[in-house]
Design a protein around this ligand. Structure first.
Ligand SMILES: Cc1ncc(COP(=O)(O)O)c(C=O)c1O
Length: 431
């Protein structure tokens, strides 16, 4: 079947059948593709081997795509290639490159966009390890990072200069669930890009981990590159790590070159599970988890030990208009997602202590909520960003990022919503 013939089918169907046949690899008798399990590939002549190195990282022309030269797993291999083809399609980009985890995807995207002397302007609320990459590591290589509140477009514009090469944001942001207006940020960038030669153009990089491609396609909204952790709801079962960068064709070769030389390769078995179990069930899981998150967010909003709930589906949510425009499933339905952030009551110290009591109560008494980092699993997870995922940020940076000492992050699983609410009620009563 050609791509044109497939075009009338819906996205959830594509996620099941999308790339399960490939011109790169013959396995026509299998309904599910086999996993490639050889780190190296037989070459029938030195000239074919040489051709493989010469062609490496070049976008495949269709004749080559039919007969690619595979050399060694770290360069390219068919199972990971199928997952990349699938992501190129579902994120609607020109090129996709898979990595060992979300952090290796994020480092690669930023390192290929920047060089020593350039800078990145980032929204100040970010996953703790991304913040650490930007403050502890990139500066060592001469890349400076400036943090702004990217909802304030004047502040964003003011932070950019002739050496800016990337604007980076998470939307919704981890952990506070702020939605950033991708199109508005892109407009600011485009004004600056107007007079710049191609190589100096600023790219907009968006982390789509919290939404997943089911609930948001950042490239459609104006982002140039999408990065995501596949370890989370794309994988869906908490058994594999993975990361993906979807980018314009001009980054195809450099992303693969970066992966070849820095490593961070996704193993074929992981790619296979992410594709066969993860992506094909993503729409079902996100829909169910979103219904649960909505119900739990409403419950929390009505609880007297909860001071504030940040969930894009609530009427009280500050960025309602942006959320409703951006967080939509491929059929156009509003899909505010499976993550909920809330703050318990009390002054700073009191809230910090209450928050700790709450998660400790969950850790020792709850059946269906688990105290653990990560998100997007069949099991509901809870954590306190201030003490855990964002502890790399000092108190000042946490406060600037809107992370409250009494803040709690909940990642919905697939349990019955009433059971989750039951465990939460007991824990709130006990804190
Ligand atoms: C928003 C976001 N981006 C990236 C990552 C990193 O992903 P990984 O753990 O797969 O490296 C995480 C991890 O929690 C995350 O929450």
């Amino acid at each position: 079947m050609t791509d044109k013939d497939k075009s009338g089918y819906r996205s959830d169907t594509h996620m099941i059948h999308g790339q399960f046949r490939t011109e790169k690899w013959e396995y026509d008798h299998h309904v599910i593709p086999p996993i490639t399990a050889s780190t190296t590939f037989r070459l029938d002549s030195a000239s074919r081997g040489r051709q493989g190195f010469v062609d490496f990282g070049e976008p495949k022309k269709s004749a080559q795509a039919m007969n690619p030269v595979y050399i060694y797993d770290r360069l390219d291999e068919p199972t990971v290639g199928m997952l990349e083809d699938l992501f190129r399609e579902i994120e609607q980009g020109e090129s996709a490159c898979a990595f060992a985890c979300g952090m290796s995807a994020i480092s690669a995207a930023l390192m290929v966009a920047c060089h020593a002397g350039s800078n990145i302007v980032a929204h100040r609320t970010l996953y703790g390890c991304t913040f650490s990459l930007m403050t502890n590591w990139l500066p060592r290589f001469g890349v400076d990072v400036r943090f702004v509140d990217a909802r304030d477009l004047d502040q964003l514009r003011g932070a950019m200069d002739g050496e800016t090469r990337a604007v980076y944001l998470e939307t919704p942001a981890n952990p506070t669930m702020e939605c950033l207006d991708v199109a508005a940020v892109k407009d600011v960038i485009e004004l600056l890009n107007r007079d710049r030669p191609g190589k100096e153009r600023i790219v907009l990089v968006a982390d789509n981990t919290f939404a997943t491609p089911w609930a948001q396609r950042p490239l459609e909204l104006g982002a140039d590159l999408v990065v995501e952790s596949l370890t989370k709801d794309v994988g869906g079962f908490g058994v594999d790590m993975g990361g993906m960068v979807v980018a314009p064709r001009r980054f195809h070769k450099s992303l693969r070159g970066f992966r070849k030389d820095f490593g961070g390769v996704l193993p074929p078995g992981g790619a296979w599970r992410l594709m066969v179990y993860g992506v094909s069930t993503l729409s079902l899981r996100v829909r169910r988890q979103t219904e649960t998150a909505w119900e739990v967010a409403r419950f929390l909003e009505g609880h007297d030990k909860v001071a504030r709930v940040s969930y894009p589906g609530l009427d009280s949510y500050a960025g309602k208009e942006v959320a409703r425009r951006q967080l939509v499933d491929p059929d156009g339905r509003f899909c505010p997602g499976f993550m909920v952030y809330f703050e318990v009551t009390g002054g700073l110290e009191e809230a910090r202590a209450r928050c700790e009591r709450l998660v400790n109560h969950i850790a020792s008494h709850s059946y269906c909520i688990t105290l653990a980092v990560s998100l997007g699993m069949t099991k509901t997870l809870v954590e306190t960003p201030g003490l855990m995922t964002h502890s790399v940020m000092d108190a000042g940076s946490q406060s600037e990022a809107g992370i409250h000492p009494g803040g709690v992050r909940l990642a919905m699983g697939l349990e019955s919503p009433s059971d989750i609410i039951r465990d939460l009620t007991e824990a709130l009563d006990g804190c």
